[in-house]
Write a protein that binds this ligand. Structure first.
Ligand code: ATP
Length: 328
C-alpha cells in the first residue's frame, strides 16, 4: 500500500444520522493503524473555513460507537458555496498539513466535496450518512437501519393504543423524496397502507383499503405516510379526508419527526460504519479520490461521487406487493 498521504481530515456535514460517530471512530483508528495523522474538523465545511480542527488519536474516540449524532457536530455552510469560502477552507487545510478529506454526509455534502476537489485537486472520499437511504451506490446509508428500528418500535407502541380504542392512526415518517423508511418500517410494523413519494397509490385506494379492512373484521388500523407522499395532502388533511368519508372512524395523527434521527445506532449501522471507515481511509492511501464507499450485495464497494450524487435510488416494488398481500 503506497503511503504518500501523511494526514487525513474528517468531517460530518448536512443532517446528522446515527452511526456517524462510529464512522469517525473507524476513520481515526484506521489512520492510527496505518501510522498517519487524523484531524477532526468541527461543524462540517463551516469549521473547515474557520480552522476549527482537532488532532484525533485512537483514544479520542473512546465510548462513541454507541452514541447517536456526531461529536464533531454538523452544519450547513452557505460560505462554502462561494469560491472565497472554499479557498479559505483550502488554505486552512494546507496550514494544518491535511492532505486528504473524508466527508461523512449526504449528496449536498458530496457535491461540495467534489467541487473542492475540482478546484484544488484535493483528494476526497465520501461516506454516505443520512437516514433517508436515498444515495445511489449503496444499499444502506449510515443511520437508515437505526431509523427503521426506531420507527417500528414507536409504531408498535402506537398499535397498543390503536387496538385498545379501535382507532385509525395516520403516522407520518421522514422521507420527502424517498419512501424507503415508510415502505420498510410500514411492512415491519404491519401497516394497513403505506403512502410513499415514488408511487401514486391514490386516495380512492386508501378508502377502498380501509373499507375492506372494516368488512374483514379489522377494528383498528395503521397507515404509514412518508412526508413527501404523492396524495397532495398533508397528514392532517388526509385525516379530514378519511373522516369525511368514514365519519364512524376515530382518526388520530402522529408525526414522528426528529426522533427518527436520534438514538443509539443499531448493530448493523455500527458494523457498516466500521467497514466504510476502513475502506475510506485505505482508498485514500491507495491514491484514490472522488469516490464514495458504500455497501453493494453486502460488499464494501466504491462508486464515483458524481454518480452517487446524480444517481437515483429505486424502491423495491416487490415490497409494495408484499405489503398489499399482508394487509388482506
Ligand atoms: P442531507 O441528507 O441531510 O440533506 P446533505 O449533505 O445533502 O445532507 P446539504 O445541506 O445539502 O446536506 O449540504 C451540506 C453542505 O454541503 C452545505 O451546507 C454546503 O456547505 C455544502 N454544499 C452543498 N451543496 C453545495 C454546492 N453545490 N457547492 C458547494 N457546497 C455545497
Amino acid at each position: 500500500m503506497s503511503k504518500t498521504i501523511k494526514k487525513i481530515g474528517v468531517l460530518t456535514s448536512g443532517g446528522d444520522s446515527p452511526g456517524m460517530n462510529a464512522a469517525i471512530r473507524s476513520v481515526v483508528r484506521t489512520c492510527a493503524f496505518h501510522n498517519i495523522g487524523c484531524v477532526g474538523i468541527y461543524r462540517g465545511y463551516q469549521g473547515m473555513i474557520e480552522g476549527d480542527f482537532k488532532e484525533l488519536g485512537p483514544r479520542s474516540v473512546n465510548n462513541i460507537i454507541n452514541k447517536g449524532g456526531t461529536f464533531l457536530k454538523s452544519a450547513r455552510s452557505q460560505e462554502f458555496r462561494t469560491p472565497e469560502g472554499r479557498k479559505k477552507a483550502y488554505d486552512n487545510l494546507v496550514k494544518e498539513g491535511v492532505e486528504a478529506l473524508i466527508v461523512i454526509g449526504g449528496d449536498g455534502s458530496f457535491t461540495g466535496g467534489l467541487l473542492f476537489n475540482t478546484e484544488f485537486g484535493f483528494p476526497v472520499i465520501g461516506i454516505p450518512g443520512t437516514i433517508d437511504n436515498d444515495i445511489y451506490g449503496t444499499s444502506h446509508t449510515l443511520g437508515y437501519d437505526t431509523a427503521l428500528n426506531t420507527v417500528v418500535d414507536v409504531i408498535d407502541k402506537i398499535r397498543d393504543t390503536a387496538s385498545s380504542h379501535n382507532r385509525l392512526f395516520l403516522i407520518e415518517v421522514m422521507g420527502r423524496d424517498a419512501g424507503h423508511i415508510a415502505l420498510n418500517a410500514g411492512i415491519g410494523a404491519g401497516a394497513e397502507e403505506i403512502l410513499i413519494p415514488e408511487e401514486d397509490l391514490g386516495l380512492e385506494r386508501l378508502l377502498e383499503s380501509l373499507k375492506k379492512s372494516k368488512t374483514t373484521g379489522k377494528t383498528s388500523s395503521i397507515v404509514v405516510i412518508a412526508e413527501g407522499d404523492k396524495t397532495g395532502k398533508n397528514v392532517f388533511e388526509l385525516k379530514d379526508y378519511v373522516e369525511s368519508n368514514f365519519p364512524e372512524y376515530d382518526v388520530r395523527v402522529s408525526v414522528l419527526g426528529h426522533m427518527q434521527r436520534g438514538g443509539a445506532p443499531s448493530c448493523f449501522d455500527r458494523v457498516l460504519a466500521s467497514r466504510l471507515g476502513v475502506k475510506a481511509v485505505e482508498s485514500i492511501l491507495e491514491g484514490k479520490s472522488n469516490l464514495m464507499v458504500g455497501l453493494l450485495n453486502n460488499k464494501v464497494e466504491l462508486t464515483p461521487l458524481e454518480q452517487a450524487i446524480k444517481g437515483h435510488t429505486e424502491i423495491d416494488r416487490e415490497l409494495l406487493r408484499v405489503s398489499d398481500i399482508m394487509s388482506i
